[in-house]
Every structure is written in structure tokens, then in C-alpha cells.
Design a protein around this ligand. Sequence first.
Ligand SMILES: Nc1ncnc2c1ncn2[C@@H]1O[C@H](COP(=O)(O)OP(=O)(O)OP(=O)(O)O)[C@@H](O)[C@H]1O
Length: 264
Amino acid sequence: MLRIENVSKTFNIGTVNEKPALRHIDLRLYPGDFVTVIGTNGAGKSTLMNAIAGVHQVDEGNIYIDGQEITRWPESGRAKLIGRVFQDPMAGTSPTMTIEENLAMAYKRGKSRGLRVALNSKLRDFFQSSLSVLELDLENRLEHKVGLLSGGERQALSLLMATFTKPKILLLDEHTAALDPKRAQLITHLTEKIVRQDRLTTLMITHNMDQALKLGNRLIMMHQGEIVLELNELQKAKMTVKDLIRAFEDLKGEQFVDDRVVLG
Ligand SMILES: Nc1ncnc2c1ncn2[C@@H]1O[C@H](COP(=O)(O)OP(=O)(O)OP(=O)(O)O)[C@@H](O)[C@H]1O
């Protein structure tokens, strides 16, 4: 479903600020894989997502989605294949538009260029049934402005907007990190539900080590632009957060440093 072959990315090449962010990354996600991504400070986690989404063009290597090479596609061209949710609940939605207008915008992104999306009753029914999955009663508030929603409701809407067109790849970029624990728990629960229900192929960055072990069927750990540890479902199930940190320290001979790490 997603194939990353020998991908490298260096920022500010040839300057004193030269920074290799990805070094020869190889990664394959199979249909329905839910992979959590953890790593040390500046390990390259966000750069990896930006490379997949087309925010940054890579210097070397190839990226394929569903067998199609997309390495040189612009970000806009990849939007119909990729759903993404960011850390900031304000980032994925437009506050001055209503819930249904936001949904229509996301719906259009998943369709061919130039297609006009008329807000007819069939589409409203579809939006309402999609919103009902969230169990936040948003299906009865289609005409409410998104700016009036709470951070948690807004992030739930962003998650829905990123997923209801069934993208080939879902990228979750610390999407619960800015929420209070209760709301973070709600979004985590919704993520699991939607990903499982739609069998979405998912890559999720988290600083919560416990969450990284509990969610999904695979885990990767990054450090200095490389994937240094990969765990499958069975290995993950047997590990504790302590084991995970010890595994890194045994491998690299240094402490696992992530300023934002949450041990669980
Ligand atoms: N646009 C950019 N310009 C220059 N350097 C960048 C840019 N984006 C990232 N970097 C650098 O590339 C390296 C990898 O950054 P990235 O944000 O991918 O790491 P990360 O694993 O997501 O880090 P963290 O968890 O600490 O946010 C870092 O050293 C960072 O400073």
C-alpha cells in the first residue's frame, strides 16, 4: 500500500545549517497496517510524514502508494490519496465555515478536480451518518460554525474529514498531543474505531510510549533520520515502555532523549 525505498532528505544542503533528516529510509505498509512511530528529538518523524504527503520533495529514493510511484507528485496531487490530521485542532478545519461546509470541502478533495459538490439531501444524509460515528451529536449541528466547537470536537471533525473519503494512507501527526487527557482519550478511541472499521492503512506519530505500544499492529522507532527498531504485533504485545527504552539504549549506547515523551 505504501512503499518507501531508500528515501533521504537533507535540509539546507551545502550550508553550515546542513541537516540530514532522513537517511536511506526503507518502509513498507501493507493494507490495513496501523504503524505507530516514536523517536528521539529531531529523529525525522515529521519529515517522514511530510515526505509522504509531498510537503517536502525528497533528495533520493522513491515513494509508492498502491503500486503507483508518487515521488515527484506535488502535495495537491497526493491529497486525494492521503488523509492527514495534525497536532493543532485548529489546523484541519475552517472556523468560519459550518460543519457541513467543512465536510463538503473535504469530500471534494477526495474527488476528481473540477467536480462541483452540491450540498443536496443525499450528501447531507451521508455527512450525518458519517458524523454519527463520532457520537458527539455533531450530526444534528450541520449548520453550526466550526469555530464554536471545542478543541476535542474540532479534532474529531478533522479526523472524520481526513478519513471519510477512505484515503489510501492516513497520516496522524501527534494528533492527540494538544488535547487534555480526556479529549485525547476520546480521539484515540475514535481513531481506533475508524481505522479498524475502514481498515485504513495508518502511520501515527506519538510521544506517548504506552500508546505506541498499545495501538496498531506495528511500531517503528526513529533516531537521527533512521529507523532503528521495528516491532511486529507479537513483539509489541510483550514489551513494556521500560523494555522499549532499554532496547534503544542497548542498540545505540545512549539515552533515549525526547523532551515531549510521555511514558504512559
Ligand atoms: N524545514 C526545515 N528546515 C530545516 N531543518 C528542518 C526542517 N524541518 C525539520 N528540520 C530538521 O530536520 C531534523 C528532523 O526534524 P523532524 O521535525 O522531522 O523531527 P521529529 O522526529 O519530528 O522531531 P520532534 O519529535 O522533536 O518534533 C531536525 O533536526 C530538524 O531541526
